[in-house]
Design a protein around this ligand. Structure first.
Ligand SMILES: [Zn+2]
Length: 290
């Protein structure tokens, strides 16, 4: 009886919220790192997680690039799971590269070589994710060369940086397609994000870990905060969702992460939800819709 009452409550609250988004998802921030594939998450495991969550395409960027290659090589399995792999070149061979890539010319050479090599799933489509914890390093020579390389080769760039670094990176290559990882993990205001979106028509925002997205109303229910809802309605073609599986724990929570996206996407008008969930990524990389 108790569980029946709980079920009724759950159904009621779902009904009160409106239906979750149920279409395809494009995971625009996925890592398949060494700790995952050499540990508890072999290829079949991660593909099963994507498949059961309706994730139909992924931006794959992995430390080292072998994880992305493993996904790109597995044409039969990825096709069976209904997942299209969009490979990105990661700048990191190991943990140490996180903090020094921007002054390491060998990283730039590695990116050039990787790009020339390509993958079994086709050419690389982007560079990143890279991190800049001090935005001043966005002005350095390696960052400049990478941005210009990306612009020249029409590669997207996935950058985990603050809002100051967005201006600095875009100054190197105004035509580059920059995907702002987390749309600023430090949580710059929606107004600041809007100003950057207006200034840079090629800037896109990926929403994993984004602080300030969900607000709690007086009845204790969480929903999209009004300023973010307004921003998404204003720029429906500029946002993407992502899992950011940077540690194995994120793979364990993959179902929950995707369910959470489906829940708040369901609060948006259906066409807007569909764009953020799938269309924006599919358009960016010219994918056929499932
Ligand atoms: Zn990441």
């Amino acid at each position: 009886m108790k569980s029946l009452a709980a079920l009724c409550l759950l159904l009621l609250s779902a009904w009160a919220r409106g239906a979750d988004y149920s279409g395809p998802l494009f995971d625009a921030h996925l890592h398949y790192n060494e700790d995952a594939y050499e540990g508890p998450h072999p290829l079949d495991d991660v593909l099963a997680r994507m498949q059961r969550n309706g994730v139909r395409a992924i931006v794959a960027n992995s430390r080292p690039n072998d994880g992305t290659k493993a996904l790109a090589d597995a044409a039969v399995q990825t096709r069976a799971a209904g997942v299209t792999v969009v490979p990105f070149i990661r700048l990191y061979r190991n943990r140490a590269d996180y903090g020094s890539w921007f002054r390491d010319e060998s990283i730039y050479s590695m990116v050039e070589q990787e790009y020339a090599r390509g993958t079994a799933a086709g050419p690389y489509r982007g560079i990143g994710e890279f991190h800049l914890y001090d935005s001043a390093n966005a002005s350095g020579p390696v960052a400049r060369k990478l941005m210009q390389f990306a612009e020249q080769k029409r590669l997207a760039v996935l950058a985990h940086v603050d809002d100051v670094a967005i201006d600095l990176l875009m100054a190197h290559a105004p035509g580059a397609r920059l995907i702002w990882a987390h749309t600023g993990i430090g949580g710059p205001s929606a107004a600041r994000v809007q100003a950057l979106m207006e200034r840079y028509p090629w800037l896109m925002g990926e929403l994993s870990y984004r602080p300030g997205l969900s607000c709690t109303d007086d009845r204790g229910r969480t929903q999209l905060c009004p300023d973010w809802r307004a921003l998404m309605l204003k720029f429906p073609d500029r946002f993407l969702i992502g899992s950011d599986t940077w540690i194995n724990q994120r793979w364990l929570y993959y179902d929950g992460l995707m369910q959470d996206y489906r829940r708040w996407l369901g609060e948006l008008p259906p066409q807007v939800a569909r764009r953020i969930a799938w269309d924006n990524g599919a358009m960016l990389f010219q994918l056929v819709s499932p």
